[in-house]
Design a protein around this ligand. Sequence first.
Ligand SMILES: Nc1ccn([C@@H]2O[C@H](COP(=O)(O)OP(=O)(O)OP(=O)(O)O)[C@@H](O)[C@H]2O)c(=O)n1
Ligand SMILES: C[C@](O)(CO)[C@H](O)COP(=O)(O)O
Length: 242
Amino acid sequence: MTSARPVAVLTAAGSGSRLGADVPKALVPLVGEPLVVHALRALVAAGVEHVVVTAPADHLPAVRAACAVVGGAQVEVVAGGASRQGSVHAGLRALPPGPGDACVLVHDAARPLAPVGLLRRVVAAVCAGHPAVVPALPVTDTVVRVAPERSDDAGERSLGAVDRTTLRAVQTPQGFPRALLVAAHEAAADRAHDEATAATDDAALVAALGHDVLVVPGDPLALKITVRHDLAVARLLLEESR
Ligand SMILES: Nc1ccn([C@@H]2O[C@H](COP(=O)(O)OP(=O)(O)OP(=O)(O)O)[C@@H](O)[C@H]2O)c(=O)n1
Ligand SMILES: C[C@](O)(CO)[C@H](O)COP(=O)(O)O
């Protein structure tokens, strides 16, 4: 068990194409503050000491200006990569080594309302010795597999339902000892050049090295802002909680 404060990479370099705003998703306001600022405040509230924020290369000044309003941690903003995986790798390269290496959180600006209790659960599990920790929620819909043939407007052919009791929807922040996370990213660096080949989360890269991934309870507040509807839900949740 370590008592050092954790450090973090906050991914904010995505364009937000599915959201369709006129600025990158991390800069879209939610009740007065950009998504990236909400996520950064949560990391600081959980005791994170140093945060590297990844930003779109053509929006570095805007993301720096947004993050400058948050005190309580050292914050650096660097250009992200061509995929989320590439951005996390770039963030890790910019994170100076130190005692916080015992627990690195990787968090998405796209999950602005992740509560501090959730962040603390992840940190506590990493500090207790787990090599990879992810928060996740049970899946509540019935989930079916579909046939691999191309779909058309008429729909797809269902191959039947999968057992949802064993499925979990994974959130962020995810936590790892730094050396292991870096090794996992180095081993998979050739996949990071495009989203089609990149891993969709960091735990998958650590699992690919043969390590166990611990799943801890997630939180509905850690929902991911992907489409406009999510932004409306987040606004309601935030207003309700104030
Ligand atoms: N090259 C990329 C792509 C994504 N992200 C970050 O990874 C998180 C999850 O990505 P997602 O929600 O898919 O964001 P976008 O890629 O921006 O969304 P879209 O796919 O709709 O364009 C976000 O915080 C996003 O900013 C990143 O840092 N670098
Ligand atoms: C990392 C993540 O938020 C865990 O659910 C998710 O995989 C990011 O996926 P996206 O396709 O980049 O939104």
